[in-house]
Design a protein around this ligand. Structure first.
Ligand code: F6P
Length: 539
């Protein structure tokens, strides 16, 4: 603990010192900077050289990782120990992408035989639906899938589908998440129940939104096919197998997973079966292989050359050393446009904690707000604030080096924007430069005096650039695993449990209390504002 406290103190001092300097000058002072801070991993190129740390800052961050025993925690996670202490569970989403026959145990019990058996069933099911061997109640093959789930049972598969989907899919995969009838109505309006397979995806099989949509979907199927017919159009993905049969899903259409897979880490499991069907098994297997490649790197690379560790340390340097309370993630790739939404759950649900497993308050700030959307679109939306706002928000900019998709010439334009933004964030534009340009244009001095400061860019905004060689199932898998391990490393250094989510409970309990008040009128006890709103909605 004393070592850890001292390491934190050194990190804070190093960040304070580095924060007073300009990133761009670090390149002159540190001839080895680019080599030290660029990595090639599993088809990904990472450049952390535009981050705010100098050599001393990076060293202090690495010391902190050692003092927090990231290596020991990593061994405990891969070793299947109960690192999710508040729920007494192992954390082994890595087993879902491990090769068959790997020796992996959860709390001492081997898991790979079960993992393999579910994977084999998933593959057979995916192929049978795709080939038309599995048909609907009226003998027609399935041409569409309605994937129903929310949170980890939705965000990962949606992103995965965007990343892998063929331009013209043979199976039309659609998603419904919210308990808002509008989403169900809009999504199913032009779907044919006779040709639709409904997949209900819920780890617990109790989530209000998912069960409401599942009930609506079954009624929609039954209206066209009858009750018995409807059941033939259902599949379920869950850890709660008793509840799936109570819902009427035939046993051979139920695909399980395990309590050692957190919802937000579950896209490697049967949770993504809909995508495996619609994109094909080879694509899904490629995704798993990419995740496994990142696991091997995370387990074996020394901390100073370890991509998830460096990404986490950059975040900690910014968040704790420089008090940057938000981070923006911008993929310059339409297929990755939902990445920030996925990371919001991954990072903010995992590390949005203020208490440690021993019940004591966390000593330092934990998860920051993460937000983002696709580039270049965001350049025309919130990037003004990123460049000239009063707060500095560190960025992660993600690109794809090679792509032949779509009309010729566009990809280079996309890439030029990506590189330009990263450079502009760091380098900025000096007032002298602006003044010179305005003078050359003949702008009067009085006008220059007011215009130049407005056109100046302070720069010195840190960013990390992640470049995928190509967007393939493998590189996409590596990217997602990179972020999972980054999140884990941050949790270890912050000393919190990244694998529970008690913070989502209170709202669920209170919604269940309010629901009957809106429907049958029994008044409950509320604060004055909520009581007035309940009354208003009742009217
Ligand atoms: O409310 C949060 C949460 O529990 C997430 O952690 C989870 O991914 C989501 O709800 C959905 O849960 P389930 O898969 O059990 O329906």
């Amino acid at each position: 603990m004393a070592d850890l406290d001292a390491a934190w103190t050194r990190l804070e001092a190093a960040a304070k010192a580095a924060g007073g300097k300009r990133i761009v000058e670090f390149f002159e002072a540190e001839p080895g900077r680019l080599d030290a801070l660029t990595l090639e991993v599993a088809g990904l190129h990472l450049d952390l050289s535009k981050q705010a740390w100098d050599e001393a800052g990076l060293e202090a961050a690495l010391d902190l990782a050692h003092a927090a025993d990231v290596e020991g925690a990593r061994a405990r996670m891969f070793g299947g120990e109960a690192i999710n202490t508040s729920e007494g569970r192992a954390v082994l989403h890595t087993a879902l992408r491990a090769p068959a026959g790997a020796d992996i145990k959860a709390l001492g019990q081997p898991v790979m035989a079960e993992v393999e058996s579910v994977r084999t069933r998933m593959k057979a099911f995916a192929e049978a639906v795709r080939s038309g061997a599995i048909k609907g109640a009226t003998g027609k093959p399935f041409k569409a899938i309605l994937h129903i789930g929310i949170g980890g049972s939705d965000l990962g598969p949606r992103l995965l589908w965007d990343a892998l989907r063929p331009v013209k899919p043979t199976i039309d995969l659609r998603f419904v998440a919210n308990v808002d009838g509008a989403e169900f109505a809009l999504t199913t309006a032009d779907m044919d129940p006779e040709e639709t397979l409904v997949m209900v995806v819920s780890k617990t099989f109790t989530t209000q939104e998912t069960m409401a949509n599942a009930g609506a979907a079954r009624a929609w199927l039954a209206a066209a096919l009858g009750e018995a017919g409807a059941n033939q159009h259902l599949a379920a993905i869950s850890t709660a197998l008793d509840k799936t049969s109570a819902f009427g899903v035939p046993d051979d259409r139920v695909f399980g997973f395990w309590d050692w897979v957190g919802g937000r880490y579950s896209l490697w499991s049967s949770v993504s079966l809909s995508v495996a069907v619609a994109a094909g098994w080879d694509a899904f297997q490629g995704f798993l292989d990419g995740g496994a490649a990142m696991d091997a790197h995370f387990q074996n690379a020394p901390l100073e050359k370890n991509a998830p560790v460096l990404l986490a340390l950059a975040q900690i340097f910014n968040r704790n050393g420089l008090d940057r309370r938000a981070r923006s993630v911008v993929p310059y790739a339409h297929r990755l446009r939902r990445l920030a939404a996925f990371l919001q759950q991954l990072e903010m649900e995992s590390n949005g904690k203020s208490v440690r497993p021993d019940g004591q308050p966390a000593a330092r700030g934990t998860a920051t707000v993460v937000f983002g959307d696709e580039g270049t679109n965001v350049q025309h939306a919130y990037f003004q604030c990123m460049h000239q706002g009063t707060d500095i928000t560190p960025m992660e900019l993600i690109g794809v080096a090679r792509s032949e998709e779509g009309p010729a010439g566009m990809h280079e334009k996309l890439l030029s924007n990506l590189l330009a933004q990263a450079e502009a964030f760091m380098v900025g534009r000096t007032t002298e430069d602006v003044v010179a340009e305005l003078k050359a244009k003949g702008v009067p001095d009085a006008e220059i005096a007011t215009l130049a400061p407005q056109r100046t860019f302070a720069g010195n905004r840190p960013s990390t650039l992640v470049l995928l060689d190509r967007l393939t199932p493998e590189t996409f898998g590596a990217l997602i695993a990179l972020y999972e391990h980054k999140t884990f490393v941050e949790g270890v250094i912050w000393g919190i449990n990244s694998f529970d989510q008690w913070g989502v409970e209170l709202g669920k309990v209170m919604a269940n209390r309010i629901l009957p008040e809106l429907t049958d009128g029994a008044a409950g006890e509320h604060d004055p504002s909520t009581a007035a709103l309940v009354q208003r909605l009742k009217r």
